[in-house]
Design a protein around this ligand. Structure first.
Ligand code: AGP
Length: 609
């Protein structure tokens, strides 16, 4: 939540600050601001609203200078208002701070600072930083920041500039992500890679406790005690185009269409063509390690939790291992019973979700092996876990997760098949069939996407609904949950995902002619039962929209609308079936005029508990 950027170099800072903030807008978008330094003077511009509103303000109030910082906000402490927007200033307006994170002891610090005469202008936790640094500033901004940081409890990625030391930016990190981008004669800071991708692919990941000093001569990193820290420069392989809309009207639509290739990249290099052997060398799991694991616990939040739920089903089915999925926020505080024979698998697109990170810490503290399935290279969870498998989906900018989900699922399939193979549960023939079917999924997804116009027509018929129900059985149930979540997130229509059999234990009371009911009815052993549920909905006047396998004529006689997906093995159908539901949510949101890539109240990475 919240995104920060900074620039120091020979050019005007503002163009990068604005462009970088736009790329980080997915992290928060209720207010924004920038500050620059020129000729020893600070220039600050900030406002409530999106970066576009800030741009309009900057037309009349530009901020000059080649050193600057910026912020896009997702409010935690204090409502979105001009005063609560970042950057925040000290009493004398000599320094400004932008911050992503939460200062837990801010009330106590604020009171102490007020007692010592500091005057606060905002209701934010961040402002304490400005005053703490002010108090400690005696000719050395770096030292003042280090001293100030020692007083705070909580999480931060922050950047500070001061007119007292106009040639530098001080940046620090603890718990919230922050990177330094190394350009030709310029340096950038940002909360996430897409902000700097157009300018450089050379980055330094700051670690917790790092404090960086950026000057025109270069960057130096220290710890809080002031000792130098040696940092590496990593090369980012993402193509700058991947962070652009590329002709699509929204990132969400672009990312839906990227799924076939994203899945190809996820599979690439992980399956040996001849033997169908699956390998994840990055996990350092020997065959003996795999055989020694007696339980698998998936932990995640939101969409990633839905991928974990499918993981639970798959590990039970393919590997015959007890498996479960846990909401990260519950797991971490629940005294989970796990030990060194438990494999904890954290699933996270961003690698920054606070609860999932907490769950990884908890798992490690209990002696379990914690691995992560993650999309963002170098993210906190990727680095804190005992091993990481990257999904290779490329940057996902739309707040509603699409390609991250299907690539997470792909990894979960590969892991479950690998465990089944190594534990001698799956025969060679079964493994080969599953692997081959999985390899065919990208091409079948391309075929699925050809059904987009049908989905758009259905969206036209139901976009006025106020409630909807998504039903599925077996592996269709997690997809029902995911379809409902997508609809809620982007269209603001109330939607519930349910195991289809549970409908008659309550939700059936809601069904009437105004209630669209989306049913996952793909071919498989539960098909007849699902048809029974379709009949139950129809008998009560509900409108049924079915997602079914190609060639299923029976469903066409019963459902009001049918979206067909190509035939595949039953357990792989979720990978195809989720895509029409992503499109349905998307087109309904378009017709309702919603802010699709930045839905209200949401942020892409939830770095608060
Ligand atoms: C997905 O559409 C959501 N925006 C959200 O549920 C997300 O999946 C969740 O916050 C977890 O994020 P992560 O995968 O980055 O950890």
């Amino acid at each position: 939540m919240c995104g920060i950027v900074g620039y120091i170099g020979p050019k005007a800072a503002l163009p990068f600050l604005v462009e970088g903030l736009k790329k980080l807008e997915y992290r928060g978008y209720d207010s924004a601001g920038v500050a620059t330094l020129e000729a020893g003077e600070l220039h600050v511009s900030k406002c409530v609203g999106k970066i576009a509103d800030l741009e309009t303000l900057l037309l009349t109030k530009p901020v000059p200078g080649s050193i600057g910082i910026g912020h896009t906000r997702w409010a935690t402490h204090g409502q979105p208002s001009h005063l609560n927007s970042h950057p925040h200033e000290d009493c004398k307006s000599e320094l400004v701070v932008v911050h992503n994170g939460i200062i837990e002891n801010f009330l106590e610090l604020r009171q102490e600072l007020q007692e010592r005469g500091h005057v606060f202008r905002s209701a934010t936790d961040t402002e304490v930083f400005a005053h703490l640094i002010e108090e400690n500033l005696q000719g050395d901004l770096l030292k003042a920041v280090q001293q100030a940081l020692k007083a705070v409890k909580g999480t931060y990625a922050l950047a500070v500039i001061s007119k007292k030391e106009p040639g530098k930016i001080i940046a620090a990190r603890s718990g919230s992500p922050l990177i330094i981008g190394h350009g030709e004669d310029e340096l950038f800071i940002a909360s996430d890679i897409p902000a700097i991708l157009k300018y450089t692919s050379r980055v330094t990941y700051l670690d917790n406790g790092d404090v960086a000093e950026l000057t025109p001569e270069g960057s130096r990193v220290f710890n809080l005690a002031g000792d130098p820290v040696i940092k590496e420069i990593s090369l980012i392989s993402w193509d700058p185009e991947s962070a652009e809309k590329g002709g699509y009207s929204h990132f969400m639509l672009k990312e839906i269409h990227e799924q076939p290739n994203a899945i190809r990249k996820t599979i690439e290099g992980r399956v040996r063509a001849e033997s169908h052997e699956i390998h994840f060398d990055e996990l350092n799991l020997s065959d003996a390690d795999i055989r020694g694991i007696n339980r698998v616990v998936f932990t995640a939040c939101g969409t990633s939790w839905h991928a974990g739920l499918i993981g639970e089903y798959l590990f039970e089915q393919y590997a015959r291992l007890p498996a479960e999925v846990e909401y990260a926020a519950e797991f971490r505080y629940r005294h989970p019973i796990i030990d060194d024979k438990t494999l904890v698998v954290a699933i996270t697109q961003s690698g920054e979700t606070a609860d999932t990170l907490g769950a990884v810490w908890e798992a490690k503290a209990q002696g379990a092996r914690a691995i992560a399935i993650c999309n963002v290279v170098g993210s906190t969870i990727a680095r804190e876990a005992d091993g990481v498998v990257y999904t290779n989906a490329g940057p996902e900018i739309g707040v509603a997760s699409t390609k991250a989900f299907t690539t997470q699922l792909t990894i979960v399939y590969l892991l479950a098949i690998m465990f089944g193979q190594k534990r001698a549960i799956l025969t060679e023939l079964e493994t080969a069939k599953l692997v081959n079917d999985l390899i065919e999924i990208p091409q079948k997804l391309e075929e699925t996407l050809l059904g987009e116009p049908i989905v758009e027509e259905i969206a036209e018929k139901i976009y006025g609904a106020t409630n909807s129900l998504y039903l599925g059985r077996g592996k269709g149930f997690p997809i029902a949950l995911e379809g409902a979540l997508k609809l809620k997130e982007v269209s603001y229509i109330h939607a519930e995902g349910y195991p289809a059999a549970e409908m008659k234990h309550g939700p059936i009371a809601l069904i009437d002619k105004n209630m669209p009911v989306v049913v996952l009815a793909f071919a498989g052993r539960r098909y007849d039962k699902i048809i029974g549920n379709v009949e139950e909905v129809k008998a009560r006047g509900g409108q049924v929209i079915a997602v079914a396998s190609k060639g299923d004529n029976l469903i066409a006689e019963r459902a009001d609308e049918v979206i067909y997906i190509p035939q595949t093995t039953e357990s792989l159908s979720p990978l195809l079936a989720v895509v029409p539901l992503q499109l349905l949510a998307y087109y309904i949101a378009v017709k309702r005029g919603c802010h699709i890539d930045q839905p209200r109240n949401l942020a892409k990475s939830v770095t608060v508990e």
